[in-house]
Structure formats: structure tokens, C-alpha cells
Design a binder for this molecule. Structure first.
Ligand SMILES: NC(=O)c1ccc[n+]([C@@H]2O[C@H](COP(=O)([O-])OP(=O)(O)OC[C@H]3O[C@@H](n4cnc5c(N)ncnc54)[C@H](O)[C@@H]3O)[C@@H](O)[C@H]2O)c1
Length: 327
């Protein structure tokens, strides 16, 4: 079997490639390198530089590499940008997926894993979010992920493709420093960035109905997330796994923004007190996964805790921002 990993030169994609090649799976990467970094990939993994919107290229890659399964991570992922440029987000995230699914059906690909997001839920008012919670995304990014799930399931039914949609919660950490997240869009890099520049970390709202008043989230180590992909591809490869599956990928444990910032202070040695600013529109007070279905269906559980996420993210940050070490 050969798995095509789209977006495989990105932060999460490179971890998926690492987990799959370590498990002796055969992979090929397609990435337009708009946010990806070729150096994240082992030298013996073929990288095709190109877009999921390029039907001709996709057809060639699927045939030349005899691809039998796809893990589709390639997407735009910045919520604010999706609000400013919704058409571009629908074009890249939904249009790119439609083009890929069409090519996959044409090439007889029978297995498909899709990177979805907890953003599909919007703001559910529940303690633990199960996969059956209503989906009501509150921004175009989340909408493209929900529309993407619908499309994946419909294409699976139409073409006899077994599909799995993985709804990631808040991803953090690195399996090794070189694979760390180099973007500053998620909370851990955002806090590290502020500290590196000598600025206080920011908390958006401390008057939420949560134990310390700050928002509560479910953080998942990217290495655990990568192992969940490996488990999903293995399940799809087994004879008994037809149909579609939708799974939360989280730890099922809430950590508040204040707790996380305190932990980052302990790990970095920079305990600059956080600034409390007004709430941001659209932030849910609490978003924590029920991780039960993934445990049952994939026989997978997150093994790494939040301290390990922060420590590994900090090591990666130091590699990419040597100035941070001198502060
Ligand atoms: N990082 C998170 O916290 C998080 C949470 C939930 C879901 N996700 C999803 O996980 C996936 C990977 O996210 P990431 O954090 O690794 O982001 P990333 O930006 O590091 O990786 C995305 C990769 O896809 C590539 N790419 C983008 N558009 C492409 C296209 N049209 N054709 C080919 N390549 C393209 C980029 O160059 C990049 O390498 C995305 O689908 C994202 O929506 C991420």
C-alpha cells in the first residue's frame, strides 16, 4: 500500500509522515509549500510540490505512485483570514478536497482520512463534546471543515471508499524540535512569541463561567495525533472497516488558558504575568472532547500530557528562535 499525505510538509503532516514511516508504511507527500517546509521530511520520502487544486497533477501522482489510500491534511487554517477571505477558504479547503476526491475516485483509491477540526462544533454548551453534538461552526474556516466532512462521506458512499474524519482539538508540541510549529496561530507559539519579544502573554477574558474564569480547552500532543492517524490508516486497511467514521481526537481533559500560561512560565522560566484583555467574539467558554469513540474504534489513546507538549514546543521554539534562549 502507498499512502498519499497531502500537506505532509506542514506541522501536523510532517508528524504523520514520521509516524507512518517509522511504522514502515510507504508514503508520498503532496504539498504546495505555501506553509510547508521540505526539510521536515526524511530524504527518502518523495515530495511532489503542487496543489490539491491541480487535477492533472493529482491524476499523475496517484497513478505513478500507485496510491491506495490518502490522508488529506492540506488546507488553509487561519480563522481570522477565513473571515476576511471566505471565498479563498472555500476554494482551497472545499474546492481542493473536491478535486482530490474526484481524482481519488478516478484512480480507484479505496481509503481516505480527512483532517477535520473541533471548529465544526462551534460553541456547544456541554461538559464533554461527543461526535453526536450538533455542528454549528462560527467562522468560515469551521464551515469549510464541516462541508469537507459532508463531501468526504458522500464521495465515500458514491465510490465505495472507506473514510475517516478526524476532528482535532487543540494541537501542540513537537515530536522533535525540527518538526515544531513555526506559525504563530495557536496559543502555545503565541505565548512563546510574546515572551520572546519581552511582552506579557494575553488572556482574552477572565470572566467566563469556568473555574478560574478563563477559557478551557483540550490540548493534544501532535505526536499522539500522528499516532491516531496511523491507527486510522491501519483500521481502514483492515478488511472489516468499510463505511465512514467520524472521531474526536483529544485527551478528554480541560486545561484553562491561565493554567497553560502558568505552565509555560514554569517551563521557560519567564513568569511575566499575563495581561487580561476583553473577550474575543466567538470564543467558547469550554471545548473539551469526549475521547471515548476514538479509544473504542482505533484502540488509541493520547499518552502525552500538557507539560510534555509545552516542553517540546519550547525546545522547538529555541531551535527556530535562538534569540529566545538569550533572554
Ligand atoms: N494546527 C491545529 O491546531 C489544527 C487543528 C485542527 C485541524 N487542523 C487541520 O490540520 C491540517 C494541517 O494543519 P497544520 O497545523 O499542520 O497546518 P500547516 O499550515 O502547517 O500545514 C498545511 C500544509 O498544507 C500545505 N497546503 C496548503 N494548501 C495546499 C494546497 N491547496 N495544496 C497542497 N498543499 C497545500 C501547506 O503548504 C502546509 O504544508 C489542516 O487541514 C488544518 O485545518 C489543524
Amino acid at each position: 500500500m502507498t499512502w498519499l499525505i497531502t500537506g505532509g510538509a506542514g506541522y501536523i503532516g510532517a508528524h504523520v509522515v514520521r509516524a507512518m514511516t517509522t511504522a514502515n508504511e510507504h508514503v508520498v507527500v503532496l504539498d504546495d509549500l505555501s506553509a510547508g517546509v521540505a526539510d521536515r521530511l526524511p530524504a527518502d520520502v518523495p515530495l511532489v510540490a503542487g496543489s490539491s487544486l491541480d487535477a492533472t497533477l493529482l491524476k499523475r501522482v496517484l497513478s505513478e505512485h500507485a496510491v491506495t489510500g490518502i490522508v488529506h491534511l492540506a488546507a488553509r487554517k487561519q480563522v481570522g483570514e477565513s473571515v476576511a477571505e471566505p471565498a479563498r477558504y472555500y476554494q482551497e479547503n472545499v474546492g481542493g478536497l473536491a478535486t482530490l476526491l474526484d481524482a481519488a475516485a478516478g484512480a480507484g483509491v479505496e481509503r481516505f482520512v480527512f483532517s477535520s477540526s473541533a471548529a465544526v462544533y462551534g460553541n456547544p454548551d456541554v461538559d464533554l463534546i461527543t461526535e453526536d453534538a450538533p455542528c454549528a461552526p462560527v467562522n468560515p474556516y469551521g464551515e469549510t471543515k464541516l462541508a469537507g466532512e459532508w463531501l468526504v462521506r458522500a464521495a465515500g458512499r458514491a465510490h465505495g471508499m472507506a473514510t475517516t474524519c478526524l476532528r482535532y482539538f487543540n494541537v501542540a508540541g513537537a515530536a522533535e524540535p525540527a518538526l515544531a510549529d513555526t506559525g504563530v496561530y495557536n496559543i502555545v507559539p503565541m505565548v512563546l512569541d510574546r515572551l520572546t519579544r519581552g511582552e506579557a502573554p494575553r488572556i482574552f477574558g477572565d470572566d467566563y463561567p469556568t473555574p478560574d474564569g478563563t477559557c478551557v480547552r483540550d490540548y493534544i500532543h501532535v505526536a499522539d495525533l500522528a499516532e491516531a492517524h496511523l491507527a486510522a490508516t491501519r483500521r481502514l486497511s483492515s478488511a472489516t472497516s468499510a463505511g465512514d467514521l467520524t472521531l474526536n481526537i483529544g485527551r478528554g481533559e480541560g486545561v484553562s488558558v491561565r493554567e497553560l500560561i502558568t505552565l509555560i512560565g514554569e517551563v521557560t522560566g519567564d513568569t511575566t504575568p499575563a495581561l487580561v484583555e476583553p473577550r474575543r467574539p466567538g470564543d467558547a467558554p469550554r471545548a473539551v472532547a469526549s475521547a471515548a469513540r476514538a479509544a473504542r474504534e482505533l484502540d488509541w489513546r493520547a499518552r502525552r500530557g500538557v507539560r510534555e507538549m509545552v516542553e517540546s514546543a519550547w525546545q522547538g521554539w529555541l531551535l527556530h528562535h535562538p534569540a529566545a534562549a538569550r533572554r
